[in-house]
Design a protein around this ligand. Structure first.
Ligand SMILES: CC(C)(COP(=O)(O)OP(=O)(O)OC[C@H]1O[C@@H](n2cnc3c(N)ncnc32)[C@H](O)[C@@H]1OP(=O)(O)O)[C@@H](O)C(=O)NCCC(=O)NCCS
Length: 160
């Protein structure tokens, strides 16, 4: 039986690229599997058509396994969503995706980046902290998930 590492390399090397309209169905599939309120194909199509929205896809071989989406306004941006397909999580693939995405935002003149993350989402918090984000605010009971009310942390990173 192959271990995950040999399976991983046989699947191809990871690549991070700008997403196109043709990625909408796959990105919606990954989003819906990753979040309580999933975005549909048409939501991705609109975001992929907007000039102020930046969408990267993470590809392994021929398979798209993740994405990062942010919206830009003046010299600020907000990361709206980032996800990696559940079977490829925990392998460190998200950090290159995020850093490449941040590099493109910097190239577009963005100086400050914000995001919101659910307080108990430790993998996401760790990812953002390692990428240089710091907590700048907390919103009590910001998310509603089933009967639960969860807190949000607001994080910021400046780009120079
Ligand atoms: C957040 C997400 C993109 C991270 O992707 P990933 O490729 O699995 O990330 P990594 O493998 O680099 O792991 C990120 C960090 O979280 C840590 N981590 C993983 N699972 C963890 C857990 N259950 N508890 C605490 N830390 C955990 C990892 O060890 C790693 O930290 P390290 O770099 O110090 O080792 C992925 O988990 C995901 O798609 N989650 C669902 C969608 C989501 O919540 N997106 C963020 C919304 S704000």
């Amino acid at each position: 039986m192959m271990n995950w590492l040999s399976e991983f390399w046989s699947a191809g090397t990871p690549a991070i690229e700008l997403a196109t309209l043709r990625d909408a169905p796959k990105l919606a599939e990954i989003h819906c599997a990753s979040f309580h309120r999933g975005w549909g194909e048409s939501e991705f199509e609109s975001m992929l058509s907007e000039r102020n929205t930046l969408v990267h896809r993470l590809r392994l071989g021929r398979r798209t396994i993740g994405f990062a989406v942010s919206r830009m306004g003046a010299d600020e941006a907000e990361i709206l969503s980032i996800a990696v397909d559940a079977s490829y999580r925990g392998k460190g693939l998200s950090s290159n995706l995020l850093l490449t995405h941040l590099g493109h935002l910097a190239g577009r003149g963005v100086r400050a980046i914000f995001l919101e993350v659910e307080e108990n989402n430790l993998p996401a918090r760790r990812l953002y902290e390692r990428a240089g984000f710091a907590v700048v605010g907390r919103r009590e009971r910001y998310y509603r998930q089933g009967g639960e009310q969860l807190n949000a942390l607001l994080m910021r990173r400046d780009l120079s």
